[in-house]
Design a binder for this molecule. Structure first.
Ligand code: GLV
Ligand code: MG
Length: 325
């Protein structure tokens, strides 16, 4: 291990994060009763410019009046480049900040963006004598944000998670796709011809680099990496495939832009009984190896060593925290 110790943020379930537009208060109660680990009330891109003010009022009323059943609540504010953002922060945090767990900041480009909001929120919290400190979740969704992601991830003690905003990221990098988070037949490899002259097309994951880069920045700073939206809410299988790819890379959860995606996210980011059982067997086998003075042993014909203990412990701990939720 390095002499630099990474402190992880407080554990919080973040398998599913449901987006609820602030302009549609009729969805609030349903979201509160649903299975999402985190709900973010959106003032940004799901809300048209003419509705921004009304949405802000709806959100303040909802934070104070709706029974959220102990759910983790977040507020997505508008970007720092808009004139809406300061009022999103000032109005909502002043009037309902004690009900808010997190603020989601979109299109973060530099560490200074985070610093600016930290300053503003700190002043309001201090003035209002709030006891609970609001955490930040940041969306990495621009080329600038992805370039600076490592500095951004260490920018404030308020940070809890980084989110990959694939839709804006595609726009910012001018990626040739309009399918939010989905596959792209143009991002493929054509195999060489076999003896019979046949060739195959193998689709690739065009988001792999971006998501991996963000996962590394998040984990190196003790934050949760979260995968963002998947636009085609009628395609559960494709959502599952995307969520599983994210989980395989180390993400802790994924957005749900439709209530039907909440259960899919919870399913994909909960370790299966089979995975937990194997992790427990690894721990038992390594315990036995320790007693015998060995650092590595074989289990089911595969090598396991001390690093396997860490992997298995992460998995078992995760399953326990979900079981106890
Ligand atoms: C989310 O905000 C995205 O742009 O994907
Ligand atoms: Mg976005």
């Amino acid at each position: 291990m390095s002499f630099t110790i990474i402190d992880s943020v407080p554990a919080r379930l973040n398998r599913s994060e449901l987006a609820v537009p602030g302009s549609h208060p009729q969805f609030f109660e349903k979201a509160a009763k649903g299975g999402a680990d985190i709900i973010f009330l959106d003032l940004e891109d799901a809300v048209a410019p003419d509705e921004k003010e009304k949405a802000r009022k709806n959100v303040i009323a909802a934070l104070n009046d709706v029974d959220w059943r102990g759910k983790t609540l977040s507020l997505r504010v508008n970007g720092l480049d808009t004139h809406y953002m300061y009022r999103d922060i000032v109005d909502v945090v002043e009037q309902a900040g004690d009900k808010l767990d997190l603020i989601m900041i979109p299109k973060v480009g530099t560490a200074a963006d985070v610093y600016a909001l930290d300053m503003l929120v700190t002043q309001i919290e201090t003035a209002k004598r709030f006891e609970k400190r609001i955490g930040f979740e940041l969306i990495i969704e621009t080329a600038l944000g992805m370039q600076n992601v490592h500095a951004i991830a260490g920018a404030s003690k308020r940070l809890e998670s980084l989110h990959f905003g694939v839709a804006d990221y595609a726009a910012s990098t001018r990626a040739r796709t309009t399918n939010i988070g989905g596959a792209n037949p143009d991002y493929a490899i054509l195999t060489d011809k076999d003896e019979a002259g046949r060739r195959e097309t193998h689709w690739g994951d065009m988001w792999h680099y971006a998501l991996s880069r963000m996962v590394v920045a998040a984990r190196a700073n003790g934050l949760r990496p979260i995968d963002g939206p998947f636009g085609d809410f009628s395609d559960a299988d494709a959502y599952r495939a995307a969520a599983r790819r994210g989980a395989a890379l180390g993400c802790e959860g994924k957005w749900a832009i439709h209530p039907s995606q909440v259960a899919l996210a919870n399913e994909c980011f909960t370790p299966s009984a089979k995975e937990v059982e194997r992790a427990k067997r690894i721990l038992a086998a390594m315990e036995q190896a320790k007693r015998e003075g060995r650092g590595a042993v074989a289990l089911d014909g595969r090598l396991i060593d001390i690093a396997s203990i860490r992997q298995a412990e992460v998995l078992v701990k995760k399953a326990e925290s979900i079981g106890g939720s």
